[in-house]
Write a protein that binds this ligand. Structure first.
Ligand SMILES: O=C(O)CCC(=O)C(=O)O
Length: 298
């Protein structure tokens, strides 16, 4: 369910925006699930004496920012502290998120691109973009191994709040998705494309209302502006490809989101997904020497 114009835009520009695709009712279950994560975290920090207030009266886009201001390490993705919410929460596997990942509004738009046998790709993120935070310039392919380069892996970014120039909306480099994988370097903020390859003048911000869908392939250079507000710019980025094609990420499985030929093979619930991921990770951890990154960390 994409028009010819939408497909042409995606192919020509490298990205497509569908404003206001999801209703508040579509988004409410995932937002509630993320609220619960934050509530759970706030309670744990409060009991541990690290938080002076539970901030239960603050709205969704503000509460985690207030908590983080007091306990910054809870959103540190590298922290091993058991209280580090989004070292786990970023890869949260709750039932509402799982069901949303199979939402027909997404799959119906992915199907014309990747076909009717759809894998939900192992790479996805729940992004509570913090005040001062941003996403470094990259291509998603930069984060995958080269076996995924020939696979069309479609990113679907769904903001849960309006994204603006102030709160760190996505930027994209239109038309620059046809050049294969550009060089990336590791830095503290993740992988980075170089300014000489993707100049600032080519980085076009794409502010979007909550509930929009932004679609792009793994070769599109993109990143986000800095969140200059005091609120959290919540979003999810999910990815889809054809079942059976290489994912560029051998050490984490995806799940079968839709199979027209064998509907019984579709992954039914978040528990099956979680168990499959744990099992593959257990096996993968026996082979630590196998490459997991395309770019060496220096
Ligand atoms: O939401 C963001 O800040 C960036 C998302 C992103 O980099 C992605 O979807 O690959």
């Amino acid at each position: 369910m994409l028009s010819d114009l939408q497909i042409a835009t995606l192919e020509g520009e490298g990205y497509l925006i569908i404003d206001n695709l999801f209703s508040a009712d579509d988004l409410w279950p995932v937002q509630e699930e993320f609220n619960l994560l934050v509530e759970h975290q706030a309670q744990a920090l409060y009991q541990a004496g690290r938080l002076s207030d539970l901030y239960q009266d603050l709205p969704f886009e503000r509460r985690l920012a207030e908590i983080t201001a007091q306990v910054p390490e809870i959103v540190d993705v590298t922290a091993t502290d058991a209280l580090a919410l989004f070292s786990e929460g970023r890869f949260h596997k709750g039932e509402s998120l799982f069901q949303f990942m199979k939402h027909p509004k997404i799959l119906d738009r992915v199907e014309p691109l990747v076909g009717s046998e759809i894998l939900c790709h192992p790479s996805y993120n729940v992004h509570p973009r913090q005040p001062g935070g941003y996403t470094s310039p990259h291509q998603d392919a930069g984060y995958y191994l080269p076996d995924g380069d020939q696979t069309l892996i479609v990113a679907c970014l769904i903001p849960l709040v309006d994204t603006t120039l102030d709160n760190g909306c996505l930027w994209v480099a239109p038309g620059r998705h046809r050049e294969g994988v550009l060089r990336h370097v590791w830095a503290e903020d993740g992988l980075n494309l170089l300014v000489e390859d993707i100049p600032m003048s080519e980085r076009i911000p794409v502010p979007t209302p909550a509930g929009s869908l932004v679609m792009f392939g793994s070769m599109l250079p993109h990143g986000s502006l800095v969140n200059k507000t005091e609120t959290i710019r919540w979003s999810m980025d999910l990815r889809y490809q054809a079942i059976g094609a290489a994912t560029g990420r051998w050490y984490v499985p995806g799940f079968v989101a839709r199979s027209r030929s064998n509907p019984a093979s579709e992954t039914a619930n978040s528990q099956s997904w979680t168990e499959a991921v744990s099992e593959v990770k257990r096996q993968a951890d026996k082979f630590p020497e196998w490459p997991r990154n395309r770019w060496p960390r220096t």
